[in-house]
Design a binder for this molecule. Structure first.
Ligand code: ADP
Length: 319
């Protein structure tokens, strides 16, 4: 193998740049040439491909977003789109591809692998919902953004004695809500992996109020439903002054935390190591602080799971 490609795809995540840097530098260190594929699978199909040198990835480790840009490309879900992508890779003499992205992007990498083109998946998404890894690149940064917001809302919630509903991202996974809720000291955490009865949520709020609590914070994962609707219901059922904050895309931005930069560097380098060993069709991840890799097809077949013990702990600490 002489030449590898790297692309970022799907929803961007802080730390993707650190991963691109690691892939590029590790590969060049081992004598490979690296090509950056811009705008995800869209750019792959269109041949938006440029050589990356050591300096191309300088001064990006600290930057949020992705300097390779990202895109959503429905055409890549078709066989024709995938074969067009492979044609472009072959035209540029690229022998293998590192895909940094979420579960949708992994599906693209899986499809390329099934067509015989070796790909490695690197988990880059704030949602932390990729099977085969305990943590994804961007999750820690998003979490810190959410905690910062919760702490600020808590200040104003105390001053005005209000109930606050904070809706966070995570798609169908409750990881951001659970981790942010636990570390932000939320009274209630609502995640899609658990059943929630609004009557129970309200009863808990009322108990807190009777005990003299001045405010309550309820963190709702977007996968549960609309924070606005939940806020409305709570206000109707309690008559407590209730406000809703939907954090939205602020959670996707910002300079990556040290933890995300380290994770991205380790996973990016691991992806190249596998390719150097002649292994394609793998998904890299981290488990118990050790780097791991799985067959990408097999990894995608396993469901992502929430940390049940952590959910139980959050319940016990917020009585
Ligand atoms: P994420 O990677 O963050 O989950 P998406 O779900 O939007 O984001 O997926 C990113 C891109 O991956 C899609 O726009 C598409 O180009 C590609 N993709 C998604 N699903 C598939 C699939 N089943 N087969 C091939 N490519 C796919």
């Amino acid at each position: 193998m002489k030449r590898i490609g790297v692309l970022t795809s799907g929803g961007d995540a802080p730390g993707m740049n650190a991963a691109v840097r690691a892939v590029t530098r590790k590969a060049i260190y081992h004598g490979l040439e690296v090509y950056g594929i811009y705008h995800g699978y869209q750019g792959l199909m269109e041949g938006d491909i440029k050589r990356l040198e050591l300096g191309s990835v300088g001064d990006i480790i600290q930057r949020g977003g992705t300097t390779l840009f990202s895109a959503r490309c429905p055409e890549f879900k078709t066989r024709e789109g995938q074969l067009q992508g492979i044609e472009q890779l072959k035209k540029h003499g690229i022998d293998a591809l590192v895909v940094i992205g979420g579960d949708g992007s992994y599906m693209g990498a899986k499809a390329l692998t099934e067509h015989g083109f070796p790909c490695i998946g690197v988990p880059g998404t704030i949602d932390n919902d990729i099977p085969g890894t305990e943590f994804t690149i961007g999750f820690d940064t998003a979490l810190n953004t959410v905690i910062d917001a919760i702490d600020k809302i808590r200040d104003t919630a105390t001053s005005h004695e209000r109930t606050y509903v904070i809706e966070v991202m995570g798609r169908n996974a409750g990881d951001i809500a659970l981790w942010a809720g636990l570390s932000g000291g939320a009274e209630t955490i609502m995640i899609p992996e658990e059943d929630h009865d609004i009557e129970d949520v309200v009863a808990k709020l009322k108990r807190g109020h009777e005990r003299g609590k001045k405010h309550s914070i309820i963190v709702v994962a977007e996968g549960v439903g609309s924070g606005v609707e939940i806020g409305k219901k709570i206000e109707e059922m309690t008559s407590f002054d209730t406000r809703v904050t939907v954090l939205g895309h602020v959670q996707r931005g910002g300079s990556p935390t040290a933890a995300d930069r380290v994770l991205a560097s380790r996973l990016g380098a691991k992806a190249v190591e596998l390719l150097l060993e002649g292994k394609g069709g793998r998904a890299v991840g981290i488990e118990k602080n050790e780097l791991v890799d799985y067959d990408i097809i097999e990894a995608l077949g396993r469901p992502h799971k929430i940390d049940d013990k952590m959910y139980q702990l959050s319940q016990e600490l917020s009585i």
